[in-house]
Design a protein around this ligand. Structure first.
Ligand SMILES: [Zn+2]
Ligand SMILES: [Zn+2]
Length: 325
């Protein structure tokens, strides 16, 4: 490279730097920089993202300054990062929690706080319970989760992406986020694997746990259990010894049974069995591992005879498959 070309290159670089100056602000690193220097957090709730991040071009314009994640009314909401509660109260008739994490702020609404202003919280700690009524999610119950650095709104889902993968140019960010959530779930399942469960039904796995691309709608959905397909009337057995905490018809789950197994191999385990024809047990009954408790059916949101089997490990939904023989 000749001297003239080098000088031209240096001059172009200076021009580029100068051109950048008017828009670059110390507290606004821009979307590209913002995504690379965020800490790794945990999902406050595992569920479908019903409305994505769509910040307005100008602060005064309408937009969606966070993401909406579908959950259950009254369900627990966790802190995405370790931090301090800076606000817990009503804003425009809706309960809101704000957490401060150094120069970052996360917000959760509509969430009724179980923490108080000034409390220190750990990542993954439950901070409140989800309410219905978020405006951009009228049909369902959604958590609106926001992330901000100073006045700049960032995509909170970027907290779930592994930092190394974020740096790869042109990476499919949605795939990266799904992968991050999968890794989180797998780690949680590993902690529960020592429990050793019994197969809840004899059949074939028709749908696995995790993020799945819907074959018809083309949208990504979170499947929060393992589907075992078998003829209606096939026995359902309990995966481990425990006590019945819920049994009865439960919306989309149809006839559902929930069993609390207490602490097994150091983790608090709970299992549920959905879409059954019926169950032969009642709340409070003690059930032993492998005991027949009901029959496979197709009640609730179901298109065929199958068991929707769920496992919670220390309160987190985990993939049942690696826990089964
Ligand atoms: Zn929202
Ligand atoms: Zn299912």
């Amino acid at each position: 490279m000749g001297m003239k070309r080098i000088i031209t290159a240096i001059m172009s670089l200076c021009l580029l730097l100068l051109a950048d100056l008017p828009t670059a602000r110390a507290d606004d690193p821009g979307p590209a920089a913002a995504a690379t220097d965020l800490p790794r957090g945990v999902a406050p709730l595992l569920g479908d993202v019903s409305t994505g991040f769509d910040p307005p071009d100008q602060p005064w314009l309408a937009g969606h300054r966070g993401v909406d994640i579908v959950g259950d009314p009254g369900g627990p909401i966790k802190a995405a990062l370790a931090g301090q509660v800076s606000f817990a109260g009503m804003v425009a008739g809706r309960p809101v929690i704000s957490l401060r994490h150094g120069d970052l702020m996360t917000t959760y609404e509509p969430v009724v706080a179980t923490v108080s202003v000034g409390d220190e919280v750990g990542a993954g700690q439950v901070i409140g319970t989800l309410e219905t009524g978020h405006t951009s999610c009228p049909e369902k119950t959604c958590l609106h989760w926001g992330l901000r650095r100073s006045e700049t709104y960032l995509n909170p889902l970027d907290l779930l992406s592994p930092a190394k993968i974020r740096l790869i140019a042109g990476a499919d960010m949605e795939a990266v986020r799904r992968h991050a959530i999968d890794l989180e779930l797998r780690a949680s399942a590993e902690r529960a694997s020592a429990a050793g469960l019994v197969n809840p039904a004899t059949g074939v796995v028709t749908s696995e746990f995790g993020m799945r691309l819907h074959p018809i709608s083309g949208t990504w959905r979170f499947h929060d259990g393992l589907d075992i397909g078998a003829a209606c009337g096939t026995p359902i057995v309990t995966a481990a010894t425990g006590t019945v905490t819920e049994v009865g018809y439960s919306g989309g789950h149809g006839n559902r049974l929930v069993i609390d197994h207490g602490t097994i191999a150091g983790v608090a385990l709970k299992t549920s069995y959905s879409h059954a024809q019926g169950f032969s047990v009642a709340v409070g009954d003690t059930i032993t591992a492998g005991q027949t408790v009901g029959l496979i059916g197709s009640t609730g949101d179901s298109t065929g005879c199958h068991l929707h089997f769920q496992v919670w490990s220390d309160g987190d939904l985990v993939d049942p498959a690696p826990l089964l023989p």
